[in-house]
Design a binder for this molecule. Structure first.
Ligand SMILES: C[S@@+](CC[C@H](N)C(=O)[O-])C[C@H]1O[C@@H](n2cnc3c(N)ncnc32)[C@H](O)[C@@H]1O
Length: 446
């Protein structure tokens, strides 16, 4: 492709993303390239790299263009401005916007005027409002400040860095060192993750899924933070375990490994397609003690199993604010209304899942969010609604020393090198404990 054709494709892709604001950018990009198979690998990488650069700087580019009188900033101007901030002289940028077939179309005089006002400026500007500088919606900034306080800028910067590619080694089939050697034989050099006892870490995107260890179920792609969420549940052989929001089975697989494939796991979800996505992964890992169940309205499945699970994991649907390293576009896609709806949903799910915990059993509530409202505040409200639950230290032997016996953790890329994750461990009182608590209250009150 000519440079101008690459620019034109980048602008088209950004336009497609703008037209589907609810859809994750990588999903839009996948269908965009699927419909244009003539775009080769090198061109695709160049187009994606430019588009993601624009997305990471979306609000700041828009702010500069607005100062220069270009409102609203169309994708072609955002692309041109991005190139200028990356150091390409305006003359060169203008010559890549040529007319002709498959080209981006020449810049108008008005566009050139706006772009010339950017010359010599840097992308970050002291006069920018903080939310623009941090590339987050205005409404979200106070919530992030609540979580990160004085470390806001460092935490958001770490959430903007490219993510590592973490693997969970299936220790039922091989040790971490064996998996590491097997990957090295195929040219992938992994290091041991510092926190998860099952993790290996690779730098950036690497073709893991075409390696033999992956195909044989000896390694699975899973962020180290997600591995620790599974670990904190402390599932063990012979237990009855419920993975209430199991989705495509990332944590189910880790739980099955902790249970050495012994005992029973029920993996539920409301999304049939996601549950279906787990089938092949479970087979590949040699897991055979998982029953999948699609939760539906009016379903008696949960009622019949009320109070019957030793361990219940609620890996709740959430804002995904902890995964911004992987989805830079999600920062700007989220609305206040989305968060309000999620908070209601999370509380409902937590209450339903809690009813399935055995007296004396344990419940872990987890999210890949960094927002207080979805995490500790959700737990506080739950403890008020359900006094039979209390926070308890994890009894998992798979947690690193720094997290051992904790009853709650919050992980972040800046502090832990993982995605942002939250988990809290709760236990349900046995009936005799509850009645003795009642007694104590009565005595105190009388
Ligand atoms: C964070 S994802 C789970 C990821 C999964 N545990 C994993 O490790 O791969 C949250 C899941 O909750 C599911 N979900 C949404 N509403 C639900 C509900 N009311 N009951 C149960 N699951 C629900 C979603 O379909 C989604 O798969």
């Amino acid at each position: 492709m000519t440079p101008s054709a690459r620019l034109a494709a980048s602008i088209d892709l950004l336009t497609a993303m703008e037209a589907a604001p609810r859809k994750p950018a990588d999903a839009v990009a996948n269908s965009f390239f699927r419909e244009r198979r003539y775009i080769g690998g090198g061109d695709r990488r160049a187009i994606s790299s430019l588009v993601w650069d624009v997305m990471r700087a979306w609000r700041r580019l828009g702010w500069h263009l607005e100062q220069a009188g270009a409102v609203p900033a169309a994708p072609r101007l955002l692309v041109a401005a991005c190139l200028i901030f990356k150091g390409t002289p305006l003359k060169e940028v203008a010559s890549s916007f040529s007319d002709g077939r498959f080209a981006a179309g020449a810049l108008t005089f008005k566009e050139q005027d706006a772009l010339s006002a950017l010359a010599g400026k840097s992308l970050d500007n002291l006069g920018m409002p903080r939310a623009i500088k941090q590339e987050v919606p205005d409404w979200l900034l106070p919530k992030l400040e609540e979580t990160f306080g004085e470390f806001l800028e460092e935490e958001l910067a770490a959430l903007s860095e490219p993510a590592t590619l973490d693997l969970r080694v299936n220790i039922l089939l091989n040790s971490r060192q064996e998996a590491q050697k097997a990957l090295a034989r195929e040219g992938l050099h992994a290091t041991l993750t510092p926190l998860s006892p099952w993790g290996l870490r690779l730098n950036g995107r690497q073709p893991v899924t075409s390696t033999t260890p992956f195909k044989d179920g000896r390694v699975e792609i899973q962020d180290e933070g997600s591995q620790l969420v599974a670990a904190i549940l402390g599932a063990a052989p012979q237990m009855r375990v419920l993975d209430y929001c199991a989705g495509a089975g990332g944590k189910t697989l880790a739980l099955a490994m902790m249970m050495e494939n012994k005992g029973h796991i029920a993996a539920c979800d409301v999304a049939e397609k996601r549950l279906a996505g787990a089938v092949r992964r479970l087979r590949r890992a040699g897991v055979h003690n998982v029953e999948q169940h699609l939760l539906q309205a009016g379903d008696k499945w949960a009622k019949r199993r009320s109070g019957s699970f030793d361990r219940v994991l609620v890996d709740a649907p959430c804002s995904g604010t902890g995964t911004w390293r992987r989805n830079p576009d999600a920062r700007l896609r989220m609305t206040e209304q989305d968060l309000a709806e999620l908070l209601v949903k999370q509380a409902e799910i937590l209450d339903k899942a809690a009813a399935l915990v055995k007296p004396g059993g344990r419940l872990v509530y987890a999210t890949c969010s960094v927002l207080h409202a979805e995490n500790a505040a959700q737990i506080d409200a739950f403890l008020h609604r359900k006094p039979e639950f209390t926070l308890v230290s994890s009894d998992s032997t798979a947690l690193p020393d720094t997290l051992k016996e904790t009853n709650m953790f919050s992980l972040s890329p800046r502090q832990n090198g993982t995605d942002g994750f939250f988990a809290a461990v709760l236990t349900r009182a046995a009936p005799e404990e509850l009645s003795s608590q009642d007694g104590a209250t009565t005595v105190a009150a009388s």
